[in-house]
Design a protein around this ligand. Structure first.
Ligand code: F6P
Length: 540
């Protein structure tokens, strides 16, 4: 199974050579690039219903896009011609679809039930339930006070130390699920290497009540190891070396390194190489989140992810939410020439969701070489950016409405307030719907000063749901995970590696001894050399 998937991928054709791609090109040139959203709606009074679909608790309204029924048909044909259904099955069955690293991609196994039959033969999959139970026992122990600090105090502050996928997921989800925080538990995070986050935190934290969760798949990442060592030093300074084993817990695949750091065996939570960093929130990397929101909420998050997995695996292509979202993205990216996409959630608790999706999409799709080693012949990942809705309106919406570029957007809109004022959430809803309408309709009239004209005809998706809760958050995350995967299948890239971050890591580590003045710069970059001289003069 595994080998046949890989060899089929290797021999697969460029998407640009496929019949559906060519037809989409002609369809764009001949019809759709000139057809406005207003025209599309006037041709079909039922368009809003015909171009909406529901999956789990989410409804996607994709009617305000430059697509007709024919476009949708061609886009789903393209997905079919790119063998998306086979790729989906290959992922769920544990085939090594992360070809450059020779790994399966099984974050879906972390939230599956045994009856789902997700790659049961893959080593590690049968340990998922056991590991989750061990996490649960630890979390419950912290909440009941049986697991406590060195001096017997209950933990109240959880500090996640990690970066990239070992930070963005716990940070985003803990903010999203703020109403679920256990009484007297607080979440904090430390990721950047400059040390300021930890310095600010340690100024406020009570060491006796602080639990550090060191999160790193590899347990070698410079930022995380530097911050973890600094946190340990702080703790030792306050409570003594013997306290380390009570105040540090870790999530990693590198058991030896956890051991060396001084993490006691029962405070180590493992996962498997088939969990990619940016897909790891569902694994032990979610420990700090679970510590704050509790195990019930964490399991509900997993259930939400599983719901979207089942939809993704079973729904036909033209009724499949992740597939449609992906194909609409490809339509704008590869045919309309869009370079960026904005993510705009209308619930402040989702304020880090755009940042989370930046890693998910840009690390996954920022590739220019196909799985067969050849260069791609079309653009791949768009730049992703965004901000919580109303803040964004008062910041960058000006460019969406009157700039020269067309930027497709995804609005994300929960209807119920997530634990604040419904009257205020109603205002957020009005703003979200109003902005989507204004982007589509624009504004112009006889005699209007040109600088007041809103061009309109700007596309958007709107993802609507009842309320932000663990299930809907899990569904949203899984929706975008699968969307990114489908895009990668169409382009023929490996969405699950990230070789492009290696060179920067290497040059930074080569320079780390130089900046402090210990070593001479051995590199040949004249700009770096000159900057180093300036830095040396300015260093304290
Ligand atoms: O930046 C590259 C990367 O490998 C990400 O993919 C990953 O999420 C992050 O670094 C952190 O890696 P680790 O969990 O191994 O510390």
């Amino acid at each position: 199974m595994a080998r046949s998937y890989t060899s089929r991928k290797l021999s697969s054709r460029y998407p640009t050579d496929l019949e559906a791609w060519k037809k989409l090109g002609a369809h764009y040139r001949e019809t759709m690039r000139r057809r406005t959203l207003a025209e599309l709606f006037s041709r079909d009074p039922k368009r809003a219903e015909r171009f909406s679909l529901s999956a789990c608790d989410l409804t996607l309204d994709y009617s305000k896009n430059h697509i007709s029924a024919k476009t949708r048909k061609l886009l789903t044909s393209l997905a079919k011609q790119c063998a998306v259904p086979a790729a989906v099955e290959a992922m769920f069955s544990g085939a090594p679809i992360n070809a450059t690293e020779g790994r399966s991609v099984l974050h879906v196994a972390l939230r599956a039930a045994p009856a789902d039959g997700v790659a049961p033969q893959t080593p590690g999959v049968s340990e998922v339930g056991e590991t989750l139970d061990a996490i649960g026992a630890f979390v419950d122990g912290v909440h009941s006070g049986t697991i406590c600090g060195h001096g017997g105090e209950r933990f109240t502050d959880v500090v996640n130390i990690g970066i990239g996928g070992s930070d963005l997921g716990p940070v985003m989800a803990s903010r999203a699920l703020r109403p679920y925080w256990k009484k007297s538990m607080r979440f904090h995070s430390v990721s950047n290497i400059d040390g300021t986050q930890l310095a600010d935190l340690t100024a406020e934290l009570d060491p006796a009540r602080t639990l550090f969760v060191v999160c790193s798949k590899t347990f070698t990442t410079l930022e995380t190891m530097t911050n973890a060592a600094a946190a340990r030093e702080w703790l030792v300074g306050k409570l003594g070396a013997a306290a380390v084993e009570s105040h540090f817990v870790a999530a990693s695949t590198n058991h030896e390194a956890m051991n060396e750091f001084g993490i006691r065996p029962d405070y180590r939570f493992g996962f498997w190489d088939w969990v990619g960093g940016r897909y790891s929130l569902w694994s032990a990397v979610g420990l700090s989140l679970a510590l704050v929101v509790g195990m019930d909420a964490f399991r509900r998050l997993l259930a939400g992810g599983r719901g979207m997995d089942r939809h993704f695996r079973n729904a036909p292509l033209d009724e499949n939410m992740p597939v449609l979202l992906a194909m609409i993205g490809i339509w704008y990216n590869n045919f309309f020439g869009a370079e960026t996409q904005a993510i705009l959630p209308y619930d402040n608790r989702l304020d880090r969701f755009p940042a989370y999706l930046q890693q998910l999409q840009m690390e996954s799709s920022g590739k220019s070489v196909r799985m067969d080693g050849k260069r791609v012949r079309c653009h791949t990942g768009m730049a992703i950016w965004g901000e919580a809705g109303n803040n964004a309106q008062h910041s960058f919406y000006q460019l969406l409405h009157q700039g020269t570029r067309s930027i497709p957007v995804d609005f994300i809109l929960p209807v119920k307030s997530s634990g604040a004022s419904q009257a205020q959430q109603d205002l957020a809803i009005a703003n979200c719907l109003g902005q989507a309408e204004a982007l589509m309709d624009g504004f112009d009239e006889e005699g209007l000063a040109p600088y007041r004209v809103h061009r309109g005809n700007q596309p958007s998706n709107l993802i609507l749901f009842d309320e932000l809760c663990p299930e809907t958050l899990g569904q949203l995350i899984a929706l975008y995970e699968h969307k990114v995967f489908v895009e990668g299948v169409v382009w023929g890239i490996d969405s699950f590696d990230q070789w492009g971050v290696e060179l920067g890591k290497k040059t930074a580590s080569a320079l780390s001894g130089v900046v402090a003045g210990g070593r001479r710069y051995g590199g040949g970059n004249p700009s770096t050399r000159s900057l180093l001289e300036r830095v040396r003069k300015l260093r304290p």
